[in-house]
Design a binder for this molecule. Structure first.
Ligand SMILES: [Cu+2]
Length: 500
């Protein structure tokens, strides 16, 4: 009876087209699109391009166990540094210029992995800082000097460098510091670059088989907080030493690694710069000013989710998704294709995405409830009723699963378990344990009875699938479970509006 009433309410919501969700709206992948420029020409280009104005700066990361960790990161100019770096999102063929102003106490740089012909140029800092000529000797990239003072009492001068390239191939890439990488990657100077195929923003690559309905970015990493503590102390000492006798700032200074030996040991693991459970907290929350990205993908049953996994750390992370296997269609920004035009014919089905340091993976994942043996919606379909009444929302099927009449949603998925009853007795409310991810009902989109005092936190009545590292040491925060490399894939009922 309880369920029948709820189903009627849901049917009314479906008929009225009312969204049920109250989860915070967010872009599918948050990032920067750049600003238009007209002087970006490389070779025979038109000059039209995109400018990204970035800083490299110090800041503090909040870990989910309440600690605060000194870190370095890239950020938007005029704002604070962030971890990971701002995600740069451009269209294939775009001329991309990144202007980097260095606020760190060390020289730094950027390497754009997988991009051809990256040109580095120097410009004077906006307030008169200059780029020392010696840095041009660096082969892979060019460096930008740390801040300095021209005179003892003078203002701090910042130096700026520009990198220009054409994003010629679609894909998922990373960008990271090319300077003292064993220190600067650890400290946080890395992020993702997404290049969308020209004219096909809902495909990962230039082939229809890479089309997706929704997408999510998972930048995975790990840190040893003791390294960060040590570097923080070294920076303070270097500044104190530089202030006397010449009142300048540290120049050509680098952290001393001599005392470290082989003592590096990760204690925190991050998805998009956050440890679980902060991975689920709203994007842009004011409590995490340096960690604006979250990692909660929401999708409807049957949606194809493009998972872009980017490893900016130094360890392999075996990222496992519950609910279904995924299909890896690309690695390192290249489609797994046997020949040009073949599409991802070398794609592989994966139980776990083995994310290697410096690697990117593009994988498609979806979930329909197929094969469960019971209908996730708890729906029944009386063949005498029209689909518009809500009892047959997914259409009418015959006994072999053949579609007789479309429902209010059309799909090419296999819905062979539609209308199959739950094969077991439904437990009573007090036999269940309740948490923020349980609606009180095993059915998608339906909320059931919960004990007095149990808040109804699962607003959309969604089904949650975990996405986490299969290395158990990586799902802790400094020794305490749960945490680290863990987040959720949330399946929402069709009636729940997912705001991309
Ligand atoms: Cu698991």
């Amino acid at each position: 009876m309880q369920r029948a009433i709820q189903r009627t309410a849901l049917a009314a919501a479906l008929a009225a087209g009312v969204g049920l969700a109250a989860l915070p709206a967010q872009a599918a992948i948050q990032g920067l699109a750049g600003t238009d420029i007209n002087d970006c020409a490389i070779g025979a280009g038109t000059g039209k391009g995109k400018l990204f104005d970035l800083i490299a700066a110090e800041g503090y990361l909040s870990t989910a166990d309440g600690a605060s960790v000194y870190a370095w990161g890239y950020g938007e100019a005029g704002k604070v540094m962030q971890y990971p770096a701002p995600t740069l999102i451009v269209e294939q063929g775009s001329c991309v210029r990144v202007r980097l102003t260095n606020q760190l106490p060390v020289r730094t740089s950027i390497i754009f992995g997988g991009q051809r012909d990256v040109r580095a140029g120097t410009t004077a800092g906006s307030n008169g800082g200059t780029q020392p000529g010696g840095a041009a000797a660096v082969k892979f990239t060019r460096e930008v000097a740390p801040p300095r003072r021209a005179t003892a009492a003078g203002p701090v001068l910042y130096s700026t460098i520009t990198y220009t390239f054409v994003a010629s191939e679609p894909g998922t890439y990373l960008y990271q510091s090319g300077s003292q990488p064993e220190v600067q990657h650890e400290m946080g100077l890395a992020g993702a670059l997404i290049v969308r195929p020209a004219g096909a923003p809902k495909q990962a690559y230039a082939h229809a088989a890479t089309a997706f309905d929704r997408e999510a970015l998972y930048v995975v990493s790990e840190i040893d907080p003791l390294r960060h503590q040590d570097i923080e102390a070294q920076v303070a000492a270097a500044r104190a030493a530089a202030a006397s006798p010449n009142a300048n700032l540290p120049q050509n200074w680098l952290p001393n690694q001599a005392a470290w030996g082989s003592t590096w040991l990760a204690q925190y693991w991050f998805i998009n710069g956050r440890n679980a459970p902060d991975t689920l907290t709203a994007a842009g929350t004011e409590t995490l000013p340096h960690q604006p990205y979250n990692a909660l993908a929401r999708l409807h049953p049957g949606d194809r989710l493009l998972m872009r996994v980017v490893n900016i750390g130094r360890d392999l992370h075996p990222m496992h998704h519950h609910g279904n296997h995924s299909v890896t269609i690309a690695r390192d920004g290249r489609m797994l294709a046997s020949a040009a035009g073949a599409g991802p014919d070398l794609a592989q089905v994966d139980f776990t995405l083995r994310s290697l340091p410096g690697q990117t993976i593009d994988a498609l994942w979806s979930w329909t409830g197929k094969g469960l043996g019971w209908d996730i919606t708890g729906a029944t379909c009386n063949a005498a009723q029209p689909v518009s009444q809500g009892n047959c929302p997914y259409g009418k099927f015959d006994g072999t699963g053949t579609l007789l009449e479309p429902g209010i949603t059309t799909t090419t998925q296999d819905w062979s378990d539609l209308y199959k009853p739950m094969p077991t007795r439904m437990p009573a409310a007090l036999e269940l344990s309740f948490g923020e991810m349980f609606s009180g009902s095993p059915y998608l989109g339906q909320t059931g009875q919960r004990p007095v005092g149990a808040g109804l936190a699962n607003q959309g009545g969604g089904i949650w699938h975990m996405f986490h590292s299969h290395n158990e040491r990586e799902i802790i925060n400094y020794g305490v479970f749960p945490g680290g490399l863990m987040t959720m894939l949330l399946i929402e009922h069709w009636a729940v509006q997912i705001d991309d």
